[in-house]
Design a protein around this ligand. Structure first.
Ligand code: SF4
Ligand code: SF4
Length: 528
């Protein structure tokens, strides 16, 4: 059980250096024990704070009873997600790459430069530019001293994929500011709790939630970015030398005391400012004058709680989800190969290490299960019928084709039994090698993500002309065209990369195909 300091404390400071876990903090002259750091002096004969205290102040900690009073605190910036669904967020390269770094952490190939500083670097814009990240552990200072060697690696080890959610929240807050590289925003623990869905976690106590929030909120602020991009039209060359991605200017702790005078942490407020990257990539005025960029996307609120739910059991799925948030911003029909997705989900090193059959099978099982998780959260992969046909698709994808209606299901199984490859057949030989060349045409997006794709459409000039005045594709027309070609619903599903149930629903008129899907059907059915 942790300890707490009562009002008997005479602030002699004896206990602070004796605490083996650094749990005793001094906040504005008052002494306070962080219950999430205090381990009751495990391995010691007696708690060191009690041994060193001349007035016997520390007592066993009791959870705070009753509601946490809302005192006068610094007013936070207005809440995000006013519609409860999504909010714009800065999607500049520095934000995308840092999101990947927080998601992949030790899986990335960190290197050491001549000065001994640990860094991760990646070429961008087809090798014309470069971006690199270093780590610092001084969070609330203007200076950016990069960590070296073991010290840097041990900080990287402490990073948590859930910190990527905080990073995205910061990227959303800065879109509310006119000059984000000059202005700060304030975010409170209550807001973070709500955005991440922690307010619904009844299994976590207030102090555990606050400790988690504090830990996650600091991590995105421990990165220094170096960025170099060549001139693009009127926009001058971008060159950022060791600049922080986020400045954590202040953390305010809010306490309430119980009848013994023990302080209980009941709230946190963070004051944060964007780094200099925002001047180049989130500059409204500069964008109008064509001297800077204003790059943004849409952050679905549900993504944050999804990551918070799956990060432990399905980290690969969480990594892919975060990556797809930025990838889908580049347009819906972004083909992606299976090896690329696996690299995102499990890292280069792991993918290169799997040489033996049992290891490959294990990784495949994890990959297929992670894809199922994405599918469950509405990110439905459209398998390329040529490179990723039904026989090498995950079983869950094939099972989703089974009709719910008993008669249709019987017809489905009869049809399946007469095929060369049955749904329940074992994976064909060479599945791994075939998957290394397989592609996913695109991911169908959940509704909250859809606004992202929709807002993107008018920018694509080619597509604009194609989609401008499409003749609606009637259900009868699709059915007739399919029959004329002698295709079964299953064949059409394979050719379009859709599920058989989707084809059936379209033909039954349960819903109408979206414009992109109508174009896909026209292409596959040869209708022009
Ligand atoms: S019990 Fe030990 S770990 Fe806990 S606050 Fe006291 S000295 Fe620190
Ligand atoms: S708790 Fe005891 S030892 Fe620690 S500062 Fe207060 S009086 Fe000193």
């Amino acid at each position: 059980m942790p300890y707490a300091i009562t009002k008997r404390c005479i602030q002699c400071d004896n206990c602070v250096p004796q605490c083996p876990t650094g749990a005793i903090k001094v906040m504005e002259g008052d002494y306070w024990i962080d219950p999430n750091l205090c381990n009751n002096c495990q391995g010691y004969v007696a708690p060191q704070c009690i041994v060193s205290c001349p007035v016997n102040s520390p007592v066993p900690w009791q959870a705070k009873k009753g509601r946490c009073k809302v005192e006068a605190r610094t007013v936070p910036s207005p809440d995000l997600f006013p519609d409860g669904k999504s909010h714009p967020f800065a999607s500049a390269i520095a934000i995308w790459e840092l999101c990947n770094v927080l998601a992949q952490r030790q899986s990335l190939p960190w290197e050491t430069d001549a000065a001994g500083e640990v860094y991760y670097q990646r070429q961008i814009n087809g090798g014309k530019g470069v971006i690199a990240f270093r780590i610092t552990d001084t969070i609330n200072s203007e200076s950016s001293v990069a960590l070296k060697g073991e010290q840097a690696l041990s900080v990287i080890e402490t990073f948590d994929i859930r910190a990527a959610c905080l990073h995205l929240l910061y990227a959303a807050y800065v879109t509310n500011l006119d000059k984000p590289w000059e202005e700060e925003f304030i975010i409170s623990d209550r807001q973070i709790e709500e955005y991440l869905g922690l307010d619904k976690r009844k299994d976590l106590g207030k102090s555990t939630k606050l400790s988690l929030i504090k830990q996650l909120a600091q991590q995105p602020c421990k990165f220094i970015v170096c960025l170099s991009l060549p001139r693009q039209g009127k926009i001058k060359q971008v060159s950022l030398e060791k600049s922080r991605v986020w400045h954590l200017l202040d953390i305010q702790h809010h306490f309430q005391a119980d009848e013994l005078g023990c302080k209980h942490l009941v709230g946190l407020t963070f004051k944060i400012k964007a780094g200099q990257w925002a001047k180049y990539f989130l500059n409204r005025q500069g964008c109008k004058e064509r001297t800077a960029f204003y790059q943004y996307g849409t952050l679905p609120k549900a993504l944050l709680s999804n990551i918070m739910s799956i990060w432990q059991q399905h980290e690969g799925a969480a990594r892919m989800m975060l990556w797809l948030l930025f990838k889908t911003k580049m347009g819906r029909e972004q083909r992606v190969t299976v090896p690329t997705l696996m690299r995102i989900a499990y890292g280069d090193r792991k993918l290169n290490q799997v040489a033996l059959q049992p290891e490959r099978q294990r990784l495949l099982r994890v990959f297929e299960s992670d894809l199922e998780i994405l599918n469950h959260y509405g990110l439905k992969p459209a398998f390329d019928p040529v490179t990723y046909p039904a026989e090498i698709q995950p079983l869950w994808a094939k099972l989703s084709d089974i009709p719910e209606d008993a008669e249709a299901a019987l017809e489905f199984w009869t049809d399946d039994g007469s095929n060369n490859n049955r749904l329940t057949d074992a994976a064909p030989r060479g599945k791994w090698n075939r998957l290394m060349n397989a592609r996913i045409l695109y991911f169908e997006l959940p509704h909250a993500w859809e606004s992202l794709a929709k807002s993107k459409k008018p920018r694509s000039t080619n597509r604009k002309t194609n989609l401008k005045s499409p003749a609606t594709l009637s259900t009868e027309y699709i059915l007739e065209a399919r029959k004329k070609l002698g295709l079964s619903q299953r064949d059409l599903a394979q050719l379009t990369g859709k599920s058989q149930s989707w084809i059936r629903d379209i033909e039954n008129g349960r819903f109408q195909a979206k414009l992109e899907d109508q174009m896909l059907l026209r292409r596959v059915l040869g209708m022009h």
